[in-house]
Ligand binder design. Sequence first.
Ligand code: HEC
Length: 197
Amino acid sequence: MQKHPAIIGIFGGIVGTVLVGIAVWLLIAYTGAYNVAASQQHFDPVRWTLDTTRNRSIANRAGGADISETAPESVLSDGARHYAQSCAYCHGAPGEEPAEWSRGMRPEPPHLSEAASEWSKQEIHWIVTNGIKMTGMPAFGAHHSANEIAAITSFVSALPGLTPDDYTRLAGRASGQAEQGSSTPAGSSRDTQPEDE
Ligand code: HEC
């Protein structure tokens, strides 16, 4: 008799807390109270939760990728070409603004010339391979080879130190040269690449 009220109290408290949690969760989902419009920023607490979850999740999972510390110019050049084709319109590039429509995304894709310095090579490799859910950052691992992902990673981690001229040279878009076709198979592109300035 003596012990029962305490046990019932603790048990009731736990069940009550869980029920309130479920009620808040369903209320948010069903009432449409949270505004999903990308024309507005997330509330600060929501943004903090998403950023912290993302940072911890990536830090826990990244690692073990085979990426050399220093990449030769040919690898950086491969990475730059892929970057120009698949990333620059969202993330910008040295001397290039991102596409205007990408400024309407929430979160806004950061300029990687600055933001890349906040991530290790292993983390960049993980992000490019797997993407980031609920942000618009795509996963490139399924349709890019291991070498291509490694080249993109080396290029992105070198990005913060690159000038617009470096980028133009590496991406092979020097004066007069036509844009690379988007269907050019990676790897074969270097066979036809003019090494001019
Ligand atoms: C359709 C737009 C889009 C494309 C294309 C895209 N990204 Fe992203 N990327 C994003 C968004 C949005 C984020 C921000 C995620 C966040 O803030 O949580 C992001 C985040 C990142 C980050 C983490 C940077 C940070 O501080 O948040 C890296 C690194 C990255 N992208 C690399 C790339 C690379 C490399 C490519 C091309 C192979 C690429 N992205 C293509 C939208 C894009």
